[in-house]
Design a binder for this molecule. Sequence first.
Ligand code: HEM
Length: 229
Amino acid sequence: MKAYVVRFSKQQRTEHVLVMSTFLVLAVTGFPQKFFEAGWSQAVVNGIGGLDRVRWLHRAAGVLFSLLCGFHIASAIFSVLLGKASFALIPSKKDFSDAITTLRYYLGLSNDQARFDRYDYRQKFEYWGLVLGGLLMVATGYVLLAPILVTKLFPGEVIPAAKVAHSNEGLMAFLVVITWHIYNAHLNPDVFPFDTAIFTGKVSRHRMEHEHPLELDRLDATKGDKKGE
Ligand code: HEM
């Protein structure tokens, strides 16, 4: 029996690298525009080669990010149509009871720990936050990209509203990533200094027993090819 389980497919790993890189470019080129008076913004803009280049890069990365979102959603719809979807990321009643069980455990009120399946409630929350937040960024980003066209179809107020939503949702997404996601992927004592699973695709059986015991039980029972040695 292998000591690890293959948890993420090549497609999932590639999507993660691409989203991570485009998100980084969007943050580095977006925030100096939002906080344009700050000294660090001017240093970043000068370092990149001027405002025109910063804006061009932001728009190019934005279009790439929107294509990635489109691809991800289309591929999810296809897997549903082909009957291959797992629905493992859909929130369920168990997520709410797991959250309460975990809270009670951390508060020392109970010794029971929740047993998670493929994704726990925190992972689902983060995933849906990224998908819904990403869609809002894409929709408002395209409004800012083509304001004249948009005002032919919608009232003019849509443009400043889109700018406020884009700017503040962008900041919130960034803060969520650097607190929540960096904690889970790097600072969490179970994975410190770096959870490599989304890059290698592999997770040790030991971690699976601890973090996703229900999925491991199912893999062992079905002897699927995702199971390790
Ligand atoms: C998800 C990551 C993204 C982040 C963190 C982000 C962040 C930002 C920020 C902070 C600004 C400055 C807003 C202000 O002046 O207050 C901005 C502007 C802008 N963003 Fe984004 N953005 C993201 C995605 C996108 C996408 C997907 C597009 C769509 C193509 C886009 C297109 C634009 C445009 C056109 C502007 C106006 C600046 C200009 O005219 O060059 N952004 N963004």
